[in-house]
Write a protein that binds this ligand. Structure first.
Ligand code: 2AM
Ligand code: CA
Ligand code: CA
Ligand code: CA
Length: 266
């Protein structure tokens, strides 16, 4: 039998240690390179942090597989067995420019089902963590289930890109949502946006392109609290490819789907 409680404890210790290492790097000079384009940044600390997790997980759980953004883990073509899905630094642009508003994200899945989720906002020392069926916590504080709400009272996590000309969504779909909502926010880290849904600081989050390591941990927490996680089409998320992501409190998800997203020419 898998001892999930032991894995949870180990994962929490690893994410805290990784966070300490990242904080210690602030006094050093970063090596910054770009990936797919000039704004797609990666640093030596992203890479070192991923390698730290891989070494520590392989030592203790050699049978587990690891999917990490920086590519030092395994190449996955299925979700069989126990898989750690890791983003060593989510919000690298914030890490480089602001030295805050980034997080480490770790989601642990068994045969495609979410078991453990951890999101660590390093600089604010907020560790969001959950084990399926055991509730969601921010540090030692248990988070209450998500309550239904509607757009007129909601803060929506949304990057301004998606209400300007772009390749993925007609901006006229979301502009009326921006007008109707109480407010919009963009934190620049998908993991933090999702942790904020769990903690009730934000009511819904919509984005057109995320990789599995961006949402693997957050989705477990949001669903544990009664929230809903789909693509913008309302389909289930796929952990083996990029997805659009729409996560929300209950009630609000149905309203945004019906009044705004269902009109999409997908
Ligand atoms: P990253 O910092 O780990 O790269 C920024 O709005 C959010 O989008 C961050 O969570 C960021 O993760 C993610 N992101 C950045 N580039 C991306 C890309 N090309 N595809 C998917 N997600 C991306
Ligand atoms: Ca990246
Ligand atoms: Ca990311
Ligand atoms: Ca990253």
């Amino acid at each position: 039998m898998t001892n999930w409680s032991e894995i949870h404890t180990y994962a929490k210790a690893l994410i805290k240690e990784a966070g300490e290492n990242i904080k210690n790097s602030f006094s050093k000079t970063l090596t910054i390179t770009t990936k797919s384009n000039a704004n797609d940044l990666v640093t030596d600390i992203d890479q070192e942090t991923e390698q730290f997790f891989i070494k520590k997980i392989n030592e203790k759980y050699p049978g587990h597989r690891i999917l990490g953004e920086e590519g030092f883990g395994d190449k996955l073509s299925d979700m069989e067995g126990i898989i750690w899905i890791i983003d060593p630094i989510d919000g690298t642009m914030n890490f480089v420019h602001q030295q805050r508003n980034f997080a480490i994200s770790v989601g642990i899945y068994e045969n495609g089902k979410g078991k453990i989720g951890l999101i660590y906002d390093v600089v604010h020392d907020e560790l969001y963590h959950c084990m399926k069926g055991q509730g969601v916590f921010m540090n030692d504080l248990e988070l209450p289930p998500l309550q239904e709400t509607d757009v007129s009272k909601a803060i929506i996590g949304l990057n301004a890109t998606w209400v300007t000309e772009n390749r993925r969504i007609d901006p006229s779909l979301l502009a009326p949502l921006v007008r109707k909502a109480r407010g919009t926010r963009s934190y620049g880290s998908a993991a933090i946006e999702m942790a904020y849904i769990a903690s009730g600081r934000v009511d819904a989050y919509i984005t057109m392109r995320l990789a599995p390591w961006d949402f693997a941990a957050g989705v477990i927490m949001i669903e544990e609290l009664g929230g809903i996680a789909t693509t913008v089409k309302g389909d289930p998320l796929n952990y083996l490819e990029n997805n659009s992501v729409f996560v929300s409190k209950p009630g609000l998800h149905q309203e945004i789907m019906k009044e705004y997203l269902k009109n999409g020419n997908w």
